[in-house]
Design a binder for this molecule. Sequence first.
Ligand SMILES: Cc1ncc(COP(=O)(O)OP(=O)(O)O)c(N)n1
Ligand SMILES: Cc1nc(C(=O)O)sc1CCOP(=O)(O)O
Length: 522
Amino acid sequence: MIDYSLYLVTGRELLPQGQDYFDSLEQSLQGGVTVVQIREKNTDTSEFLDIALRSKAICDRHNVPMIVNDRVDIALAVQASGVHVGQTDMPVSIARKLLPRGTVIGVSCNNIQELDKAISDGVDYVGIGAVWSTTTKTLNKPVVGVRGVGELLRKLDGTSVKAVGIGGIKLKNLLRTLHGSVSTTNRALDGVAVVSEIVASTRPREAAAKLCEVLSTFRSGGSIIKAMRTRSEYTAGSVIDGVIQIMNCVRDHNPLVHQITNNVSIAQSANATIALGASPIMATTVQEMEDISRINGALLVNIGTLVPTAYEGMVVAGSCANAQKKPVVFDPVGVGASHFRQSSVNTLLDTWQASVIKGNAGELAALAGSNEVQSKGVDTIGSGFKDPVSFARNLARKERCVVVMSGKIDYISDGTNVAVLSNGHQLLGQITGSGCIAGSCIASHCAGAMILAQGEDKEGKLVIGDVFLGAIGGILALTISAELAALREDVKGPGTFFPALIDELFTLTPRSIQERARIQIQ
Ligand SMILES: Cc1ncc(COP(=O)(O)OP(=O)(O)O)c(N)n1
Ligand SMILES: Cc1nc(C(=O)O)sc1CCOP(=O)(O)O
């Protein structure tokens, strides 16, 4: 049985100057590579044979199986453990006839049709790619993306076919790749295949060892829960205590909350952030994203008025936040309204890992590809999902993050628990940008949650801090402040409600949260 965890595909043309190929292979195996594929695209048969024979001897010493790319004849000649064929190489049925019983056959797959065929051809494993873009090879098919890999993996349920992801997999995106590439039925990749991250390294042993470390953290605690959460279970009481702790932390530490948001509600969002005790920075230009990511406490991305320059900033800002395990709150405003928004949202979610996705029922239905709830522009039509609790929980599992479904009742899930919150006031729906303000409140509280978690173990985590509590805290702060504002005598309607709301956010007390929070954990 082959262990596909860390699958090295060789590429001699990528070796650093002065690095010997066989020495690099030896070091990679010492670092923990579990299977090797010899890939020679421009080598004569006799040289390929020689390289394969010598590589096989090295792999044998480490008891690691060796697979040959494309060439069934070479695989036969060196008694390789397997052969990997592409879509235009020798058909699986012929290779199977030529190779000794027990020889493994792997096939490259980029889409559902190729995967269906590979399964019916009886392959042992599939190489799904390209997961990310890569410079190692010119791609002639679209990048699959981590979420696309997750969808393909569902097809493997009930089969014994193994799967590895390939293409652009690096140390910096490995945890994201593993979490993102999980099907809704919880089928994960059996391993990752890499070329440049190991071969182009001057220290292949260390490169392989670091990849192994991430793989084993994912294996030992790779559930979405462990990747995000700091506590094992929640009650309404523990949530309220946690929310109050975060609220106080925001006020004490004044974290910078970077917001790339829409220009309808930019001032309202910034004012709400300040009222909570955080500090907004509304920068959109791509050139400053990296610098800001070093100092901010959380990032909010809101696509309400998506323009190309801000979009470029969103792509980079999210990746920088991920690299530092900082919370990323994503508000896919009106995602169902246009193909442009839909494809932008897909690209963003394939590029970085959101920590919290917030939307109304119509937006989240569009994101999940569900027809159960429709939307008109940025608003939901009708009364929402029949089973909102299950919907929020399943979407959180699929996207590997906390999901906030806003509405008269707010549903917040981390993929296991669902917090059902029934605070709020109708006046919130009568001012522009209340959804965007909710995003700012969530991001401010996630920044607070991250500060509280400083010093805790970051290993295997996609994000630092309890973003489930951060999301609940943001929603409770806004909805309870709205209730308090609406009670005031000076509030006569939407015009007077908004300044009162900002005042109530500013003066919100732990006691108001304790007394007013209407929360159930399911
Ligand atoms: C594990 C794995 N997956 C995919 C490929 C790509 O193979 P192929 O489509 O045959 O393309 P080339 O490698 O020949 O360029 C692979 N080699 N390994
Ligand atoms: C050999 C190969 N096949 C791919 C596919 O999509 O089928 S991508 C790829 C190259 C992967 O190299 P790197 O790890 O350096 O990105």
